[in-house]
Write a protein that binds this ligand. Structure first.
Ligand SMILES: [Zn+2]
Length: 166
């Protein structure tokens, strides 16, 4: 499989995981992430912030934790992080600390409500550009429409209590 087909296949698995674990209602924040190294799934996670009362339990962090346990190292060097939604600053930094070399996301920041991000202006791209690492790549828009459908849109009216970033 070429890399685009591989990305599509992993993203389809991430979407399926999100829906299986959290359903497809945006109110339940169905975000999923996978950590894949050398063609093998080494970690997976979904957003568990509400269930765990843990602001850091984003899908990407959950997946990185699972991957760390699986490989027995905090570094998962050379792995790819797939996530259904563009990662926030915290998750981007976590990926950098974990030695991820490629981040692939589905829905982009402009396709979803601002409630999913903590910064007004800084974006995943800015964190990566400013990192000490120079071997990290970022690609967005894989199955973007299918991913974006799981989340509130930019103009949706979202109840205040569901907006974690305010
Ligand atoms: Zn995050």
């Amino acid at each position: 499989m070429n890399i685009a087909a591989t990305d599509d296949a992993w993203m389809a698995r991430a979407i399926a995981l999100a829906i299986r674990e959290k359903g497809d209602d945006p109110a339940n924040t169905p975000i999923a992430a996978l950590v894949v190294r050398q063609g093998r799934l080494v970690g997976a996670g979904v957003n568990r912030t509400a269930e765990h009362c843990d602001a850091t339990a984003h899908a990407e962090v959950e997946a990185l934790r699972a991957a760390g346990h699986e490989v027995g190292d905090m570094k998962i060097d050379g792995a790819t992080l797939y996530t259904t939604l563009q990662p926030c600053g915290m998750c981007t930094m976590a990926a950098i600390w974990a030695g991820i070399t490629r981040i692939v996301y589905g829905a982009g920041r402009d396709q979803v409500h601002k409630m999913y991000f903590e910064d007004r202006h800084l974006s995943t791209v800015d964190y990566i550009r400013d990192a000490f690492k120079d071997d990290l790549t970022l690609e967005g828009g894989v199955a973007a429409h299918a991913c974006a459908r799981l989340y509130y849109g930019p103009h949706d009216k979202v109840p205040d209590e569901q907006q974690a970033n305010t």
